[in-house]
Design a protein around this ligand. Structure first.
Ligand code: TEU
Length: 572
């Protein structure tokens, strides 16, 4: 499609044709996610900021990534760390200014990196002007949100639960009505069935596109189209609003009227509790919706069904099955995955599926290998490339996340002891992934010289960027190598996926093939050594990368603790 504005004015237009086509090719790209609040504090107030990101651009450039996904920095009361947006057009002064953002776009561009913004359009903050007008009785704006009469008066319209605990409905006495909030009470859901709302959203996207932004991540975007408002007899209500009735129509419309007009723009939708069938469309090559999708099914293998606030050991066979089925299913339907372990909502993967102990480094590298060898666009979440671990908080005063604070209370109301509630938080809290980036071994890990908004992990002495940049065998350098390989070998970026040895209870292995090239990835998920017999011949393969020095490609191998190896064979 032809763009409707002058491309010369877009900052990315300064790139060479070669660089530009590289940028548009998200199948060869890697995205680095930054949670600015915890990345680097440049102005000594204990909060990370945009200038902090600018100062660290060389570090990000060194990793070789193509996009920076920045989580929301818009004006916000920060009840949900910026996922509660008060003004979509302005930058929260705590994060910086529009000049800072423009400088960041230019600085990233000089390093061949584009910016991906995080757009939260399922809900706004209750402090947003639209919601304030709605509360003041303005009918136009009331229809921007979802207000309903209660059942027989003061009982919520449906029994749906908020993702952060409690009812998804809030009563407004002055109106004698309830409004829907699938997340915090301060995050009212927008009414996408109202054409005026969709128009406002398009205006916001066009505004940021004009700034030279080349990517968008859409927050919980598969929840925007609500279906029937009915009680859910066997769940929390999600079946009524997940992948809802008009979702594909709304995404197609958004694509057509905004980002679809610029072929260089990459989009990713965060899909909550989605189905693969819907993702075939969301991220289908010819669907005209999004470039790719995040799904979270593989990150629920330590849940009980959909219930996160429990302690359940991770189920490796289930993990494998889910990862493989999404790899195969999406490929079969010409659709594209975002592949990832970590983000700002997830615990640290090395603590979760690897080891914090003796094999910390090996297991972090092994987990990286699993993701970066797959078909899809890999996402690296800040600190993952250093093998950062869970927070290790022991007191509720250390936690900041609204979801954790709510559930700490709810778990005890349900009868759990305080000790058990702590044990669950230590495993599942989103704050595990939000402790500040560990830059160096000094005070506060070099993140700030003020009091950080959330405590820095005490292990910054051992785990930090300064040390790992100097050490060629570090996790950091391993990630660099993975990123480099994706660009160099088409079989990694474009290859077809085939699961290997699916029933093996300890090893995750797969094969990729592309125009005569073959790649085999073998990963031992356990500390125990494993005898592994390859179901395909490995004759003629050579080792591209692995987390142990020595490894010859043989059909039968004794895999070392948490061993990972990528083998490759040239076209005949
Ligand atoms: O998250 C959506 C979401 O549902 C989760 O991943 C959520 O953190 C999880 O269900 C909690 O158990 C997105 C954002 O990534 C998250 O940070 C926001 O809090 C949420 O949307 C609301 O905007």
């Amino acid at each position: 499609m032809v763009s409707n504005w002058n491309k010369e004015e877009i900052i990315c237009a300064g790139k060479s044709a070669e660089m530009r086509s590289k940028m548009a090719d998200y199948k060869k790209s890697v995205v680095y996610q930054i949670y600015p609040k915890s990345f680097y504090d440049s102005n000594h107030d204990g909060l990370g900021d945009l200038r902090g990101v600018i100062e660290k651009l060389d570090y990000i450039g060194e990793l070789g990534v193509d996009y920076i996904w920045l989580t929301p920095f818009f004006v916000s009361p920060q009840n949900d760390n910026g996922y509660d947006v008060e003004d979509y057009y302005r930058i929260d002064p705590r994060y910086g200014t529009m000049d800072d953002l423009e400088e960041l776009i230019r600085g990233a561009d000089r390093r061949g990196i584009c910016l991906m913004l995080d757009m939260v359009f399922n809900h706004t903050s209750s402090r947003h002007e639209w919601f304030q007008k709605a509360l003041a009785g303005d009918e136009k704006y009331k229809n921007y949100y979802i207000f309903r009469k209660g059942k027989g008066g003061k009982e919520a319209p449906t029994n749906w639960e908020s993702k952060f605990g409690g009812s998804a409905w809030e009563y407004v006495p002055e109106m004698d009505e309830f409004y829907l909030h699938l997340f915090d009470v301060s995050q009212p859901d927008l009414n996408w069935d109202n054409e005026e709302v969709r128009e406002e959203i398009r205006k916001i996207l066009l505004f940021w596109m004009e700034k030279g932004v080349k990517g968008f991540r859409f927050d919980v975007v598969n929840l925007i189209s609500k279906g029937e408002f009915a009680d859910d007899m066997d769940g929390d209500g999600r079946k009524y609003y997940t992948d809802g009735p008009n979702i594909h129509r709304y995404l197609k419309e958004l694509n057509e009227l905004t980002f679809g007009r610029d072929a260089e723009i990459v989009t990713v939708g965060e899909m909550s509790s989605t189905s693969m069938e819907n993702c075939f469309q969301y991220a289908g090559e010819d669907s005209g919706e999004l470039s790719m999708v995040f799904n979270f099914h593989h990150l629920k293998v330590d849940f009980m069904g959909d219930e996160k606030w429990v302690l359940v050991p991770a189920d490796f066979m289930k993990l494998k099955k889910i990862l493989f089925s999404w790899q195969e299913g999406m490929e079969e339907h010409h659709a594209w995955n975002a592949v990832f372990w970590c983000n700002h909502d997830q615990p640290r993967v090395v603590s979760r599926f690897g080891s914090e102990g003796k094999y910390w480094k090996e297991s972090a590298k092994m987990l990286a290998t699993v993701i970066h060898g797959m078909r899809g666009t890999p996402y690296i979440y800040q600190g993952e490339e250093l093998g950062m671990t869970n927070a290790g908080f022991t007191h509720i005063s250390q936690y900041r996340d609204v979801e954790s604070l709510n559930h700490f209370r709810i778990l005890q109301e349900k009868g759990l002891t305080e000790g058990d509630a702590y044990r669950i938080l230590q495993i599942h809290s989103r704050d595990n992934g939000r402790t500040p980036m560990q830059w160096e071994e000094g005070a506060n890990g070099g993140f700030t010289d003020a009091v950080p908004w959330i405590e820095v992990n005490g292990n910054c002495k051992e785990i930090n960027a300064a040390q790992q940049r100097m050490d060629g065998d570090s996790i950091f350098h391993y990630y660099r190598e993975l990123v480099r390989l994706r660009k160099k070998y088409d079989v990694i970026s474009y290859g077809s996926f085939q699961a290997l040895d699916e029933e093996n209870p300890s090893v995750l292995a797969y094969r990729r093939t592309h125009e005569g090239q073959e790649l085999v990835v073998i990963c031992n998920f356990y500390e125990k050594e494993m005898d592994w017999k390859s179901p395909v011949s490995l004759q003629g393969f050579q080792r591209l990368l692995g987390n142990y020095e020595e490894r010859e490609a043989k059909d039968e191998m004794k895999l070392k603790p948490y061993e990972a190896v990528i083998l490759w064979k040239k076209a005949e």
